[in-house]
Design a protein around this ligand. Structure first.
Ligand SMILES: [Mg+2]
Length: 399
């Protein structure tokens, strides 16, 4: 048993041996991948002229390997602008990881935060760190030979799931109802459709038609993508009460906590928001204002799994339901580890990036019985890689 002091630990000698071996990170690969979308995507932000239709998703992948051969993979992403900036941030700070103990996720997270402290603790900088943080959690679960949900402490082995990708505003009503029917046949439990059209009558007509098509018992949600003002949200929200919606998502600007609070107090239908927020601190403005019934954090957007877990504790303490946004490959595990019943958002967009598919059955998405997140990058993802770099502690050079 070694008695030599390890400078990385606040203790050494026998105690170091007692807590287990240090397994330093030796190799890192960061990849920027452009994921093309089959159809240009439009939600209410396009119809109000604030954004253009989306044609691709900028993915940021991090792959890690330790001295003992443990491996992890994580990702972050950006829709429209921001992907190159996330990649550039990791190009500057990823070397900070080399030699760090892969188990010490909290300390490593803080080190990365401080490396880029000048550009803040929210947004692009922490979204870049998220890809590393998620890879470290994946690695830790793989080392334990457990699905991530089990490592975190799962409450369930499957999560209610609803489809979003079939209900965008660029799709005709006929396409939306056909997509909804297909989703339900595929074992998905709920249907979300986009609203926020400048003509609210068209929103109400689409909701009525989809409710008619799927029947009264299927959970139905709507998502206005922040495009209503307070008066419109109240007026349309009241009109929507007739449709027994599971929630109304992003009725208002994501940063209008007071407006959300008024709406939440006025409506019977639950109000959901949070996907656009980029830190735990921003989510706290919603929690503190009692602004929503359902919180919708996005782990890559708020800086990774480490901050997500802190936020989940706060959300549960305040009695909120949780329905994480997008990235079902990550959020399925996090939703399974939330104390009360949650939702995972079904999007097939990221499927081509991975060799595995998530299973849906009886309205639920099944936590995969594979270690870690349970994902591996596909050959197609390699072909879509636009730039990448590697760091190797053994050679101490960029390969
Ligand atoms: Mg949304």
């Amino acid at each position: 048993m070694s008695t030599q002091q390890n400078p990385r630990l606040p203790f050494g000698g026998d105690h170091e041996a007692a807590v287990g071996a240090v397994d330093p990170i030796e190799w890192i690969r960061v990849s920027s991948v452009a994921l093309p979308l089959a159809t240009p995507i439009s939600d209410a932000k396009v119809f109000t002229g604030r954004q253009r239709p989306m044609t691709e998703v900028a993915m940021l992948f991090v792959e890690l390997r330790t001295r003992d051969g443990a491996e992890g993979i994580g990702f972050s992403y950006s829709k429209r602008a921001g992907g190159p900036a996330q990649y550039a941030h990791l190009k500057e700070i990823a070397h900070e990881l080399l030699g760090e103990d892969s188990s010490d996720i909290g300390r490593v997270y803080d080190k990365l935060l401080w490396a880029g402290a000048s550009v803040g603790r929210a947004g692009v900088a922490t979204q870049a760190i998220a890809a590393i943080d998620i890879a470290l959690w994946d690695l830790k679960a793989k080392r334990a030979a457990l699905p991530l949900a089990k490592l975190l402490g799962a409450y369930r082995n499957s999560v209610r799931t609803y489809n979003t990708s079939g209900g965008f505003l660029h799709s005709s009503l006929e396409e939306v109802t056909a997509n909804a029917t297909q989703s339900l046949e595929n074992g998905i439990g709920g249907i979300k459709i986009k609203v926020g059209h400048p003509d609210s009558a068209r929103d109400l007509a689409r909701v009525a038609a989809v409710r008619e098509a799927i029947g009264a018992d299927v959970p139905l949600m709507v998502d206005a993508n922040q495009q209503w003002d307070r008066a419109t949200a109240m007026r349309v929200g009241r009109a929507l009460e007739d449709f027994d919606l599971t929630w109304i998502e992003e009725p208002l600007d994501a940063y209008d906590a007071a407006g959300h609070a008024r709406l939440t107090a006025a409506l019977v239908t639950p109000v959901a928001s949070g996907e656009m927020l980029t830190s735990v601190a921003e989510h706290c403005t919603l929690i503190d204002a009692d602004a929503v019934d359902i919180l919708q954090p996005d782990a890559p957007r708020i800086g990774g799994i480490t901050p997500f877990l802190r936020l989940a504790t706060l959300a549960h303490h305040h009695g909120l339901a949780l329905a994480p946004h997008f990235a079902m490959q990550i959020h399925l595990h996090l939703a399974a580890a939330y104390p009360t019943e949650t939702w995972a958002e079904h999007f097939e967009w990221l499927d081509p990036l991975f060799t595995q598919r998530l299973e849906t059955r009886d309205g639920r998405m099944l936590v995969p019985n594979r270690p870690g997140l349970g994902i591996e990058l596909s050959e197609q993802a390699r072909r879509w890689t636009v730039d990448s770099f590697e760091l190797d502690a053994v050679t101490s050079t960029a390969a």
